[in-house]
Design a protein around this ligand. Structure first.
Ligand code: PLP
Length: 400
């Protein structure tokens, strides 16, 4: 009697949530946990944004609103996009969403026919693969190469994946979980390939503003990209608004119109009064957001300092995101471990330090030999970083 539709078997999940559940069990047993597994932010949203929302509720913005979002927010969003990118979006190029995440599925539903091939990063945000599979696409994971200057596109491998059936490129710059930051040359080459092979591009820019040196740059700025690119924008990271669920799809009107139609069929509209919080986030005082980025940068510095002299690991300090992707291959070899999940569980059990591994961001690709863990530092304070990493380091050192 109990039988779900077959397609549900194709739907993946974020296995990182299982790490959260495991960490919570330790906490419930009274064990101190250092939460490096969370991609959430332990800093409350700015008061002016909260006030913007409260004022909207009090003003009666409690009914339905247009499926595409309120015009004030769509206009604010187009301004927000154009100020940092070489775009000339108007409000009609913006579809308001309940977070950045829904943009992924709605973009695929709008453009991907069953059987179309989709290029996406591995390791990468696991929802790409889940939704490509769910909506009948063919997964084509591409990879990065670790260099002394951070993670770079394996461009030859990338090119080898492209066939006449390849229709979409999902590109996440700046990248979760590796913290990879494309150089201008890398982005230009990707844009050139997208144009040459007539690919649509989903540019996931969730971390565009979590950038520590100057300003981020979008692939939409390169020749031939505006007409084929949809940008995933989110309020979650830049404004510490993960739980509000507010984001946007930004791109060519004909694609945005399709996404709006899906909104109508799906959630009807993003929560009406929350959208006024979004207007305040964009139009209001930016000092809180700037301070947030500074806090995250300090945490990154503290984390890297604390990891100094830790044997058997290597990493490159990223310029963006709130993740540090650490190669632990040498340390694991020294311990006689081959499974990075075994390593993760052992560290958690012995030190309380909780993190995710490469395996939470897609199956390792054929030929992949290096082992990686991801420290997220958005949900943990500086003192705890120092204490936790001290324990992690002692644990590793005990094998040397
Ligand atoms: N894209 C990437 C790469 C992410 O890491 C996340 C969240 O962690 C999202 C999109 C979606 O975030 P949200 O739905 O909170 O906007």
């Amino acid at each position: 009697m109990k039988k779900l539709a077959k397609r549900n078997e194709l739907l993946g999940t974020e296995t990182a949530y299982a790490v959260s559940a495991e960490a919570s069990e330790y906490v419930a047993r009274g064990i101190k946990v250092y939460p490096f597994h969370l991609g959430d932010i332990n800093i409350i949203t700015s008061q002016n944004i909260i006030d913007g929302c409260m004022a909207a509720i009090k003003a009666g913005k409690t009914g339905y609103c247009p499926a595409a979002g309120i015009k004030e927010l769509r206009e604010a969003m187009s301004w927000e996009m154009n100020k940092d990118r070489d775009t000339d979006y108007t409000w009609e190029n913006i579809s308001i969403q309940s977070g950045g995440k829904p943009v992924i599925g709605k973009f695929l539903l709008s453009l991907m026919e069953p059987g179309d091939e989709v290029l996406y990063p591995s390791p990468g945000y696991p929802i790409y693969e889940s939704q490509i599979n769910y909506f009948g696409g063919v997964i084509k994971p591409y990879r990065y190469i670790e260099t002394d200057d951070g993670f770079k596109f394996d461009i030859d491998y990338f090119k080898s994946l492209i066939t006449p059936k390849t229709k979409i490129l999902i590109y996440n710059n700046y990248q979760n979980p590796m913290g990879a930051c494309s150089s201008e040359e890398e982005m230009a080459e990707l844009a050139r390939l997208a144009v040459e092979h007539d690919l649509f591009v989903l540019s996931d820019e969730a971390y565009f503003d979590v950038f520590y040196e100057g300003k981020g740059k979008s692939i939409v700025d390169y020749p031939g990209m505006k007409e084929r690119t949809v940008i995933l924008y989110t309020f979650s990271k830049k404004f510490a608004m993960t739980g509000w669920r507010l984001g946007a799809a930004c791109g060519p009107k004909w694609i945005i119109d399709s996404i709006n139609k899906i909104n109508t069929n799906d959630e009807a509209c993003t929560t009406h009064f929350i959208q006024y919080a979004g207007v305040e986030a964009i139009r209001g005082d930016q000092s809180y957001s700037k301070e947030l980025i500074k806090t995250l940068k300090r945490r990154l510095d503290v984390l890297c300092d604390a990891l100094k002299d830790c044997p058997g690991i290597k990493y490159v300090k990223p310029k963006a995101t709130f993740y540090l992707f650490v190669n632990v291959t040498e340390a694991m070899k020294k311990m006689g471990m081959t499974d990075v999940e075994v390593f993760r569980k052992d560290v958690l059990a012995k030190t309380g330090v909780s993190f995710t591994t490469r395996n939470h961001f897609g199956e390792p690709l054929p030929g992949e030999t290096q082992k990686y863990i991801r420290f997220a530092y958005s949900g943990i304070n500086e003192e705890e970083i120092i204490e936790g990493i001290g324990k992690f380091k002692n644990y590793i050192k005990s094998f040397y």
